[in-house]
Write a protein that binds this ligand. Sequence first.
Ligand code: PLP
Length: 359
Amino acid sequence: MQKPKNNCIYFDYNATAPMREAVKSACISAFDAIGNPSSVHQAGRKARQMVEEARAAVAVSVNVAPVQVIFTSGGTESNNTALSAIKANEVFVSAIEHDSIIQAAIDKRIVPVDESGVVRLDALKRSLKEVKPPFIVSLMLANNETGVIQPVEEAADIVHQAGGVIHCDAVQAYGKVAVDFAALKVDLMTLSAHKIGGPKGVGALIAREGLPLVPFLTGGGQERNRRAGTENVPAIAGFGVLADSIEDILQESAALKGLRDRLEKGLGLKVYGQNMDRLPNTSCLAGDVPAETRLMQLDLKGVAVSSGSACSSGKVTASHVLLAMGINEQEAACAIRVSLGWANGEEEVDEFMEIWKEV
Ligand code: PLP
């Protein structure tokens, strides 16, 4: 495995991951496919073939048919699309969803989580009794800050019994734990390529066959009238190569658990959601100084980690995920997220622990 040239200890994979060499090569060769995939001439057909090969690979990686894969510009667009695609009187989202769900749902009801960061299915069941279909529920598969895995399949049963539609944001789970659309029993699912070494700015919305969808972007008839706009062929080609190696990526991710556990044991800090079913690469650590201070100290020593979700770092606010778990604002503002990935090794973990002790 060729490692990226890095002059820092990069432990921020849940924000984004370095691109894999095979993905990079696929993107670069696809830049030479000059045609528009919608054009009927040879150049167009070549680009179309790249898109369809990638679609087939992405479909296999989550156990669906190619027709169920709608390419988008990433997790944010897929999440926004999911919530606007279904005609619903009510939108329910868990309290720990990513901002691309929380902000996209204007009039929403929040489903609480328990102190371990797991959605409360009893609360979901109770709130669904108060509404009539059509409604949509959005529940992520794995949380981006704690890595805690959610009971999506059970939630899907509850939602379907009540006559609603369920969407699952699987952005952080994809490639870190097995993601099987049919087994999750959801109607819609979001994927993004860049968290596991794919290109940034490409993802997919997976839809149950026959589910009527209102497109979020309108214009051309691309993606079977479900997402207008000329396809990002190089990024889609890279996503396809990534999806093709999903089994190897899953094995590699499983092996990260050993490194992550070594780090947690070595530091001996409180870990949020520690005893729950969690992503093998993620550790949300309790700190004793404001996270922004710790981030800067670590950055000066060449270490890249994150405070809560990357999209909200820069703002000095406590993580809504930790607050939802009942952690007080002061404690939540000190939490540090360490997320490992494909290019990390044991030496880096040991070096990180030394640096942590120094700062
Ligand atoms: N959903 C989750 C859980 C995420 O962690 C992220 C990115 O941090 C997104 C959605 C957004 O994905 P993208 O960066 O592809 O827009």
